[in-house]
Design a protein around this ligand. Sequence first.
Ligand code: FAD
Length: 396
Amino acid sequence: MQQPTHTQHYDLIIIGAGILGTFHAYHALNQGLSVALIEKNKAPRGASTQNFGQVVPSGMNLKWQTLGRTSLEIYKSLQGKVDISLRNNGSVYIASNDEELQLIEELAAINKSNGYTSELLTKDVCLERWPGLKHAYCKAGLFFPEEITLNARLAVHRILGYLQEQMGLHYFSNRMIIDVEINANACKVVDTLGNKIYSDQVIICNGSDFKALFPNIFWESDLEVTKLQMLQTNPQPTQRIPGNILTGNTIRRYESFTECPSYAGIKAKEDKNSYARKYGIHILFKQKPDGAVIIGDSHEYADAKDQDDLGYDLNNQINRYMMDEAMKIFELQTFKIDQAWYGMYSQCKTQDIFQYTIEEKIHIVTGIGGKGMTGSPAFAKHSIQQILQKEVRTVI
Ligand SMILES: Cc1cc2nc3c(=O)[nH]c(=O)nc-3n(C[C@H](O)[C@H](O)[C@H](O)COP(=O)(O)OP(=O)(O)OC[C@H]3O[C@@H](n4cnc5c(N)ncnc54)[C@H](O)[C@@H]3O)c2cc1C
């Protein structure tokens, strides 16, 4: 473990070792910069470790699909060097009725014109490929063979290990940064123990921590925090359901589908007061290598300054609802729940990511929302290029 000394001066200090901070470090190191990455916890434990680990450009709008496709390449190239827990099993969207079928057919046509491979699957093929999928639920599927899963409890830690061992990253954990100032053209970064490190530039990838640094900037912004509930079953003894499995309400929710011609008309017919709409529930499945199935998720929102109002409890009614819905979709060998947790991420209400620069030296990059595992590797590359060119306010 590195220990900061008072004389160290880096080209770049990055605060926050979630997936966004980690990939900023990766690209900066690739550019030959000396980089220190500082994490407040013993190991990162924010959204980047709490999520599904689904890398799904198929769910993003065109801009983020392009970034997501580049991210797939970056993850696959990293997996060639070190085991970051990547599995290339693809993603499938299962339509449960004629409206959702219409949307997956329209998205397949859009993908064709974008050159993004996807394959419409009949009901019979879906039932065969994903054993346990319910006959009564499945109408057809849209499959994306290039997409991958990661184990969120492992991936970011393994990437960090690689950056330290192979790329010269100086990584400091258990160091909460409480002050960043510009002094005589250099940035000074101070942690709670009074350690100081210096650099030419600082990038802050603080996720949803809006209290430690520059709270006013966040509280006056349109950043909000989202709380998501997640469940994990015991390992299924023999049942195997590969890849990312996304279902009807996901088709009705993900941004890629908003680009389908029928989307607005189909959404207009939905019950706006339904329980699923109220708590932003759609049902996703991802099986881990040990056979356990992760099921989620719900969405509750609070403005950055009201983040604490989201509470620290798991709402059991939401969990029960998600279980009931999951049981309508899949017959799993066991639905016994082994773990339940919530995760938090930040996002903007009006933009797709939050970027804010102070005196051309301190760059805040956060609020990537629900697309961070998919978009961060490629977005961070653009972000580093912008910062090196001192053009961080430019929207890519
Ligand atoms: C339940 C859930 C499911 C999700 N599923 C998916 C998915 O399947 N696919 C997908 O693409 N995305 C998914 N996401 C979204 C994705 O996880 C996030 O977009 C992404 O992890 C955000 O990364 P981040 O680095 O910005 O934030 P974080 O992971 O929160 O990292 C921020 C880091 O900064 C550190 N930090 C903050 N302040 C300081 C400070 N002052 N000093 C030092 N360190 C500091 C924190 O400790 C933390 O480690 C999901 C999110 C959740 C919560």
